[in-house]
Design a protein around this ligand. Structure first.
Ligand code: BES
Ligand code: MN
Ligand code: MN
Length: 462
């Protein structure tokens, strides 16, 4: 593996410069104004995969944003690893909260990243982590250390729910056939505490609208006489959780699997400092469902959160107006065995039921995703454990993740293949927030760890 190390060292700066090029493309999947940038990003990745040594690479059109697919065949008696990732990013708004422009990557030193971190939208989620795989592949390929077959599927709609990817997978089942799916789109506990993600929460996402009088009204002339949709919406939302922060949607917990005592212990044994947590977020108290720890609340328990709420007058100064409509976007993170479609239905029924007289309510479902838990007693997982142990000099800890990657459950259903979530970000990297960043340490550690995964997996499978 010395040749691998040397190659990475020699090409360090070029790897970073190439990643900067990718980060400069504003591939925001949610915003139709960036449709062309999505194609530009896909083509850029295609080009980079191509010069990195794949046999074939192609940009596939979908009903949404394109998918980049590539492969390198070594031998038919060797296993095939499929690398999945996404080149789309979250919107950079609010722009004024960024210390430097989101699509002009720069390196800055921080307390957490004393060796420097790359600041840009997508630096960690997920362009930086996808690019580690491309450069790890280049390294293995050129140094003659590629031990097995490899396929890449890099999509452009993860941040908007991967709605067109199921069809793509169904239509290209044979092309995507593989032994394991490897994803770097999650985090580790800290740079000196490696961990491997062993589960993801599912998601149900809805937009609600509360409609009152047929037009905006003078809040003096009509105020007190009719239901105010914003007041009503706030009261309805407040009632969705009780004083113990349990979700009141009828049937919400019916399919939730409680952890066994042993699992609960394991989950809570991961290093976690609540004081550090509060300090890093500048809050004076944590908050969440009664009877559960912060680790559980953010990984193995379901949640309900308002992501945005609007209506009425929000301009300068005061306008006395009683609005006609109020809106909110609400997400529910789900855990095994909750089903996103069922939960969306339950939510809809409940929300309609609690609407008071004087308003009407609409609930519009957005994308969703199933929760997953990945086994740890498999060669797929063991290969990651050993790779991380070797690269970090410490045993990695299995940790259930709180975020969602909708396609993982689908891979299991459609391709019948298990996924390994070997990510290298930190929870403090501010993904989806202003000033997203990714440590140089993490970027290079990823490139170093991935070839170890390939080697371990191949020999464990032999
Ligand atoms: N990479 C994240 C998911 C993630 C982050 C998992 C950190 C574990 C730790 C992914 O890009 C993401 O943001 N997913 C969305 C899914 C949604 C848009 C369907 C999420 O979790 O909100
Ligand atoms: Mn991601
Ligand atoms: Mn994301």
């Amino acid at each position: 593996m010395d040749a691998v190390q040397n190659y990475i060292k020699t090409n360090k700066d070029r790897f970073l410069n190439e990643l900067f090029e990718l980060l400069r493309i504003p591939s925001v999947s949610a915003d139709p104004r960036h449709k062309k940038d999505m194609l530009t990003a896909a083509e850029w990745i295609k080009q980079n995969l191509s010069i990195s040594g794949v046999d074939t690479v192609r940009v596939y059109e979908t009903a949404g944003h394109p998918v980049v697919y590539a492969e390198k065949f070594v031998a038919s008696n060797l296993p095939t690893i499929l690398v999945y990732g996404h080149y789309d990013v979250q919107p950079a708004d609010p722009l004024e909260l960024w210390d430097s422009p989101p699509f002009e990557p720069i390196i800055k030193k921080t307390e957490i990243h004393p060796d420097g971190a790359i600041f840009a939208r997508g630096s960690c989620d997920d362009k930086g982590q996808v690019f580690m795989h491309i450069k790890a592949f280049e390294t293995m390929n050129i140094t003659g250390h590629l031990p097995c077959n490899v396929k890449f599927m890099i999509e452009g709609e993860e941040e908007v729910g991967s709605v067109n990817l199921e069809k793509f997978c169904l239509e290209h089942k044979e092309m995507l056939a593989c032994d394991v799916i490897l994803i770097s789109d999650t985090s580790i506990i800290a740079n000196n505490i490696p961990s491997i993600t062993t589960g993801l929460r599912g998601l149900s996402y809805v937009e609600v609208e509360v409609i009152g009088p047929n037009k905006d009204l003078h809040s003096g002339v009509y105020g007190g006489g009719v239901a105010n949709p914003i007041n009503v919406l706030c009261a309805m939302i407040a009632s969705l959780q009780d004083e113990d922060k349990r979700i009141t949607v009828d049937g919400f917990y019916d399919k939730v699997i409680e952890l066994e005592e042993k699992e609960k212990k394991a989950v809570n044994s991961a290093p976690f400092d609540i004081e550090e947590y509060k300090k890093s977020l500048k809050i004076n108290a944590e908050s969440g469902e009664k009877g559960y720890s912060t680790i559980e609340r953010t990984s193995t328990r379901p949640t309900l959160d308002v992501n945005g709420i609007w209506g009425g007058y929000i301009g300068e100064g005061a306008k006395t107006v009683l609005p006609s409509k109020a809106f909110a976007k609400i997400s529910m993170r789900l855990v095994p065995d909750q089903d996103p479609e069922e939960i969306t239905d339950l939510f809809k029924k409940h929300f309609m039921k609690i609407a008071p007289p004087g308003v009407s309510v609409q609930v519009r479902p957005h994308h969703g995703g199933h929760p997953v838990v990945t086994p740890i007693d498999t060669p797929e997982y063991m290969a990651a454990h050993l790779a991380m142990k070797d690269a970090f000099g410490k045993d990695p800890i299995p940790v259930r993740g709180g975020g969602s990657i909708p396609i993982v459950a689908l891979f299991e259903k459609v391709l019948k293949v298990k996924t390994v979530l070997m990510g290298f970000g930190l929870n403090s990297d501010d993904i989806h927030s202003p000033n997203e960043n990714y440590g140089l340490f993490n970027f290079y550690k990823g490139i170093e760890t991935i070839p170890k995964y390939f080697a371990n997996y191949t020999s464990l499978k032999k």
